[in-house]
Structure formats: structure tokens, C-alpha cells
Design a protein around this ligand. Structure first.
Ligand SMILES: Cc1cc2nc3c(=O)[nH]c(=O)nc-3n(C[C@H](O)[C@H](O)[C@H](O)COP(=O)(O)OP(=O)(O)OC[C@H]3O[C@@H](n4cnc5c(N)ncnc54)[C@H](O)[C@@H]3O)c2cc1C
Length: 286
């Protein structure tokens, strides 16, 4: 690994000063579970690393007027065990619980998972599900951008080199029930081969509102508007579930076209959807 300078700011303002001074040559280090591999493989060669893990203002989860705000340097373990997340947005807890190993979950952060922009990033379908908005800060100011607009393809984002992702803001539907499921190559340490997240609001036996997001199907996780429209207003019964699965298979096949993974993923999405709907059924009964 090449020699790099290392800074450990304790406030967001200090970090922003460093990023502004370093221009494109400084890189943010959070848990390092992606970045250290990239440094070793010489995919990136920054002059300095700005370690944000000692900035207490970048950790934690809070609820404010129906929105859930997750600070960027919060680890997967912290998210997966948060009572707010478990109660209000359980799909995100499901996603964070199945990331890598316990060591990776203790070290890896939500912010790093977003900015790394992998098609298979586990937390991202669940963040996109709840209309996730990224709050970005730099010495030039603050801006908010939808995650679906921030992510610009595999490994690409609209974040400028002097910007820090401060937090992600989620807006679940009041009273909703949600779930996430991923199918990996192996159970432990599996990088997701296909994943999905669903949020439903019920009115009696009917689905009043629905959100659906898929992962590992396109360059970035995305919202499946056609599946959401189909579900809204339907009875929550076996017929609806089976019809949803047919539509989901078609969507996955259309997205993947002639890719080698298409036949596998087209079938696998059926299992993923069934698992999520079962989770929602169990949670709804509580
Ligand atoms: C063995 C192993 C298993 C894994 N399994 C999974 C898995 O199952 N599912 C999964 O989704 N991922 C998995 N990963 C990938 C990785 O753990 C996650 O992507 C993790 O969330 C990255 O977060 P981090 O804090 O370690 O980020 P880092 O590696 O520190 O940073 C990643 C990138 O994000 C940038 N960055 C970090 N924080 C910020 C911020 N606040 N503002 C701006 N830029 C920022 C960094 O500059 C860097 O470019 C695995 C990795 C390993 C090594």
C-alpha cells in the first residue's frame, strides 16, 4: 500500500476544512471496509485520508416529525439494533443484519455503503424504499439530494470531492409495515445476488399504499414504480402475491436483458418477494 497522510478531525467543520484544502486528493475514511481494499488494489491513491469515525456528530439515529435521520458514520450493528429502526423501518434493520460478518457490521457504516455505490449495497434498497435523501455538507454550503439521484451507476455518485455525507433522511409512511430480503451466494459473507424491500400501509384487508425497491438488478438499487402501482388498492391475499411475483419476474427480465445472470435472477426474485411478503404478514399480526 502506498504512503498516505492521515487526519483525524473531531468536528464536521474540521473535516470540511481538510476536504476543501485537499481538493481532489484527500479521501474520507469511515469504517474502511471498502476503502482499504481499494487502496491495496491501487484503485484509488489519495494523498491523505480524513478519518471521520471520531466525529461524534456523525453518529446516531433520531426521529423527528415522522422522519428517521441516520448519521453517516453509524455502523450497521448500530442501525440493526436501534429500537427506532426496528419499530418504524424494520426493512432497514433486516438489511443491515445480513451485511458481511459481525466484524464488518461493527466497522462498516451506512454512509460508506451509500458512497461506495455498489449495485449490491445491502442497505441501499431499504434506504431508497423510504424515499431516502442524502444531506451533503461542504465549506460551500449544505444540499439535500434524493439517493436515487445521488447514485449515478456502479461505483459512481454525484458527491463532489469536498463534500461530506452528513446524514440520510428517511420518510416512512405512518403506520407502515416493511421487510427486506437478500439472496446471496452463501449465507455468511455473501455479497447480495438479488435483494428487495417492500413497505405497505394497510386499510383493513387492503393495501392502501406500497413502496418497492430492488437491489442487484441494475447499476444501483431502484424503486419499482410498476410494482408499487400494482399493489396499491389491492387485497393483501395469495392472488395479489402471485400476480406481484409474475410482474416482478418480468421487471427483472426486462432490466437485465441478455445478461448472463438474467435467467437466475428472474427466478430468484420470486423467492425474494415471497420471503418479504411473509415477513410483512408476520409483522402485521403483531
Ligand atoms: C468481507 C466483506 C464483506 C462485505 N459484505 C457486504 C455485504 O454483505 N453487503 C454490503 O452491502 N456490503 C458488504 N461489504 C462492503 C462494505 O462493508 C460496505 O460497503 C460498507 O458499508 C462500507 O462502509 P465503510 O464505513 O467501511 O466505508 P469506507 O470503506 O470507509 O468508505 C467507502 C467509500 O465511501 C466514502 N465515504 C465513507 N463515508 C463517507 C461520508 N460520510 N461522506 C462521503 N464519503 C464517504 C469513502 O471515501 C470511500 O470512497 C463487505 C466488505 C467486506 C470487506
Amino acid at each position: 500500500m502506498q504512503k498516505v497522510d492521515y487526519f483525524r478531525p473531531e468536528t464536521i467543520e474540521e473535516a470540511l476544512e481538510l476536504l476543501a484544502a485537499g481538493r481532489e486528493e484527500y479521501k474520507i475514511l469511515a469504517g474502511g471496509t471498502d476503502l482499504v481494499l481499494h487502496l491495496r488494489e491501487r484503485k484509488v491513491s489519495p494523498k491523505a485520508l480524513v478519518d471521520i469515525t471520531h466525529i461524534s456528530a456523525l453518529r446516531g439515529i433520531r426521529e423527528e416529525q415522522g422522519k428517521i435521520i441516520i448519521k453517516a458514520a453509524t455502523t450497521f450493528t448500530e442501525v440493526a439494533t436501534s429500537s427506532i429502526v426496528l419499530e418504524k423501518i424494520p426493512a432497514l434493520a433486516d438489511a443491515c443484519k445480513v451485511v458481511g460478518s459481525p466484524q464488518i457490521r461493527n466497522q462498516g457504516t451506512i454512509g460508506g455503503n451509500i458512497v461506495n455505490a455498489s449495485p449490491a449495497a445491502d442497505s441501499v434498497p431499504a434506504l431508497v424504499l423510504f424515499d431516502g435523501v442524502a444531506k451533503l455538507k461542504s465549506k460551500r454550503g449544505t444540499r439535500e439530494i434524493l439517493l436515487t439521484e445521488l447514485l449515478k451507476g456502479a461505483g459512481k455518485t454525484a458527491i463532489e470531492p469536498d463534500e461530506l455525507l452528513e446524514e440520510v433522511i428517511l420518510t416512512p409512511y405512518p403506520g407502515s409495515v416493511s421487510g427486506f430480503y437478500k439472496l446471496g451466494r452463501r449465507n455468511a459473507l455473501a455479497i447480495s445476488r438479488i435483494s428487495g424491500a417492500v413497505e405497505l400501509v394497510f386499510a383493513g384487508s387492503k393495501i392502501e399504499k406500497a413502496r418497492v425497491a430492488l437491489g442487484s438488478v441494475a447499476p444501483n438499487p431502484f424503486r419499482a414504480a410498476e410494482l408499487e402501482q400494482f399493489l396499491s388498492g389491492r387485497e393483501f391475499n395469495e392472488e395479489t402475491k402471485e400476480e406481484l411475483i409474475v410482474l416482478a419476474k418480468k421487471l427483472v427480465a426486462d432490466k437485465l436483458g441478455s445478461r448472463a445472470s438474467a435467467p437466475y435472477k428472474r427466478e430468484a426474485i420470486a423467492g425474494v418477494m415471497r420471503e418479504i411478503l411473509n415477513l410483512i404478514e408476520q409483522r402485521r399480526g403483531r
